[in-house]
Design a protein around this ligand. Structure first.
Ligand SMILES: Nc1ncnc2c1ncn2[C@@H]1O[C@H](COP(=O)(O)OS(=O)(=O)O)[C@@H](OP(=O)(O)O)[C@H]1O
Length: 320
């Protein structure tokens, strides 16, 4: 049986209202940035539980346990519903589970980071005594690698996701990326939720820091978390989430990819496409690094947040 951290239980109890709770932890994003692995770490090793949704098919229930998509713009909530959103949402996280089967709750919809209205709606819906206690986790991955991973994901996804997609995914990644690059220019500066905007992290962080204190948001770079410094980063994450040192904190992070290894995935891209995309992302990446650096210097970030490691360039191959 999992031994739950009492410190985490106490934190979570402060977020419960009547029969339901607001999750203490939120994995905000980004999609294809190891959000499932972080969720599994919290769920399997640190005693966090996801949402309890009744009446869903088995596979869907497992997915929604991590991702409620309540705030991510799929039509579930809008501003007119603010007075009742809290009541509806907290029903998904029953207070009876806290300290029993769950140390705490976590919401892990990775689309939340880039959804334009998510932070606003959440801030307006949660009581101030509660919203100041939220802990948000953001993992950011080199944007071209993230986009390639998303392309592989969509190619195997449901017809619905394919229909929603504005560029054809049945072509090579290079062709798909060129289509998005053209739309990126055309749609500036809106549509932050679509296509290449998914990798413009500076603007996504701005959406959240407008409404929540920066010290409530822990920003990790993907490579340090999953490759270079996993053990330390897991300890940092646990400490940020209020899991006490007495709790056994794992040294490794799971590796889950919903697409499934061995599926016919595209893993490398040509250098022409890499350079085209790099030209789009590089100025935004620079703005992101500058923002994070300022947050650290001005002590706006949580004191334990490590310096952000700039992204390694996306590898590519030349055609000869
Ligand atoms: N531990 C570890 N080490 C290395 N890589 C890892 C790890 N955990 C997750 N991943 C990679 O993250 C991608 C999946 O991210 P998500 O779970 O956020 O995807 S999803 O948005 O929930 O669909 C997916 O990336 P791609 O393989 O490039 O598609 C996973 O392989």
């Amino acid at each position: 049986m999992l031994v739950v951290s009492m410190a985490a239980v106490a934190r979570q109890r402060a977020l419960c209202v009547e029969t339901g709770c607001w999750p203490a932890a939120w994995i905000l994003g980004c999609p294809k940035c190891a959000s499932t692995s972080v969720w599994l770490l919290l769920h399997d090793s640190l005693g966090f539980c996801g949402a309890e949704l009744a009446g869903l098919l088995e596979g869907e229930a497992e997915w929604h346990e991590k991702e409620t998509h309540f705030w991510s713009g799929r039509g579930v909530v809008n501003t007119s519903m603010v007075p009742v959103i809290g009541e509806l949402f907290t029903e998904l996280y029953p207070v009876r589970k806290v300290g029993d089967s769950c140390a705490s709750f976590v919401e892990g919809t990775p689309d939340n980071l880039r959804t334009i209205d998510a932070a606003t709606l959440l801030k307006k819906s949660a009581p101030p005594s509660v919203s100041g206690l939220f802990r948000f986790v953001v993992v950011l991955r080199e944007p071209i690698a993230r986009d390639l991973s998303w392309y592989n994901h969509v190619r195997r996804a449901s017809r619905k996701l394919l229909r929603e997609h504005e560029c054809n995914v049945s072509v090579s990644y290079e062709e798909y990326a060129r289509c998005h690059a053209e739309k990126f220019e055309a749609t500036f500066p809106r549509s932050q939720e679509k296509g290449l905007w998914g990798g413009v992290y500076k603007l996504q962080l701005d959406l959240w820091t407008r409404w929540f204190d920066r010290s409530q948001i822990l920003v990790f770079d993907f490579a340090s978390l999953v490759v270079y410094n996993t053990t330390t980063y897991i300890r940092t994450l646990a400490s940020f989430l209020g899991v006490d040192d007495d709790h056994i904190i794992p040294a490794t992070i799971p590796h889950r990819n919903v697409v499934g290894a061995g599926d016919n995935q595209q893993r490398t891209i040509d250098c022409e496409t890499r350079d085209l995309l790099e030209g789009i992302f590089a100025p935004w990446n620079e703005q992101l690094y500058a923002l994070l650096d300022q947050d650290h210097r001005a002590k706006r970030a949580w004191v334990g947040e490590p310096p952000f490691r700039p992204f390694d360039p996306m590898p590519c191959h030349h055609h000869y």
